[in-house]
Write a protein that binds this ligand. Sequence first.
Ligand SMILES: Nc1ncnc2c1ncn2[C@@H]1O[C@H](COP(=O)(O)OP(=O)(O)OP(=O)(O)O)[C@@H](O)[C@H]1O
Ligand SMILES: [Mg+2]
Length: 336
Amino acid sequence: MFEQALNGMKDGVLMVDSTETIIFANRALSAILSLSQAELIGKRPLEAIRLIELAELIAEVRSTGSAASREMKVVYPQEKTLLGSANLIKTDNGPGVAVIVQDISEIKKLENLRQEFVANVSHELKTPLTAIKSYAETLIHGAIDDPINNRPFLEKIEKNAKSLAALIDDTLEISRLESRRGVAPFAPVHLSDEIEQALETLAPRIKEKELEIIKAGEPESCTVSGEAEHIYRALLNLLDNAVKYSPAGGRIELACAQTDRELRLSVKDHGPGIPAEHQPRLFERFYRVDKARSRELGGTGLGLSIVKHIMEIHGGRVELKSTAGQGAEFTLIFPR
Ligand SMILES: Nc1ncnc2c1ncn2[C@@H]1O[C@H](COP(=O)(O)OP(=O)(O)OP(=O)(O)O)[C@@H](O)[C@H]1O
Ligand SMILES: [Mg+2]
C-alpha cells in the first residue's frame, strides 16, 4: 500500500538506513536520475548516484538531527536541477534518512529567463538614457548658447526619450501578455477593420516613402475569433517593420487566405529580407539583425516577440519566409 503510494508520486523518494545503505527508491527517483532500482537498492548513495550534494545533505541531517534541503545539479545524461529535502526517519536497524527529490529544472529555467530579461531590459534602457544624459550635460555646459547645436541636441534628447517610452511600453506589454492579464474575452474580429486602422496609423510614413499597398484575397471576408486590440497590435508590428525595411517607392502586399482549418494573413515586403542564420532567433526578445540600425530607426527589438505572444494567446502562430536580399513575408496563422 505504502510502497504503491510512493511509487505513484511524481517526486523522487530515497531512503537510507543507519548503515548508509539505500533501502528504498521509488520509480520517480529512478526516472529523475536515469538509474534502475537495481542500480540503487543496497548501495551507498554516493556510490550509486555520484551526487556529492546528496551525500552532504544526508550527512547534514544526520549530524544536526533536523530537516534540511539543498539544490543539486545533475549533468548526465541530461542537465537537471534537483531540490532535495531530507529528514530523519526510523528504519529497522536504527535512524535513517528520507530524501524527497524534486526536478526543478523547468522552474529554474524560467527563473533564469526572467533574470536574463531583467538584465536585457536594464541594458536596453541604458542606451537612450545615457544619450539623454550626455546631451543634457553638453547643453548645460554651454551648448545651450550655441545657436547651431542647441536645437539638434534637444531633438536628440526628445528622440531618445521617445525610445525610452517605447521600450517601457513594450516591456509592460510583454509582461502583461505573458501573464495573460488584460486579455478580453474573444469575439469575432474583422481583419479588414484592423488592417485599415493599422494602415491609417502608418499613413504618414507610407506617404513619405511613397509605398504602394496591395491587398489580395478579399480581406473583407476574413474574420477570426480573438481580441481586436491585440490583433491590431500584431498586425501593426508587422506592417511597421514592412514600412521600415521597404525601400522608398516599394510595394507591400497584404493577403488573406482561408482553408477550413486555418486563416492566414500575410504581410510581404521587398526590402533587404532576413538572412537564414538570423531567422530561428528573430522572434526572441531584443533580437535584431542589425542592432545599431534598428535603434536608429527607433526600434526596441520587442515587436516580433510581442507578435509571437499575441499569436500564442490566439492558439495560432507566426511564420516567416524570407531570402536575404529578396524581401520578407510574415504570416499570422489563426486556427478556425
Ligand atoms: N520586414 C523586415 N525586413 C527585414 N528585417 C526585418 C523585418 N522585420 C523584422 N526584421 C528584423 O527583425 C528584427 C526584430 O524585429 P522587431 O520588430 O522585433 O524589432 P524592431 O523592429 O527592431 O523594433 P520594434 O518593432 O520593437 O520597434 C529587426 O531589428 C530587423 O533586424
Ligand atoms: Mg518592429
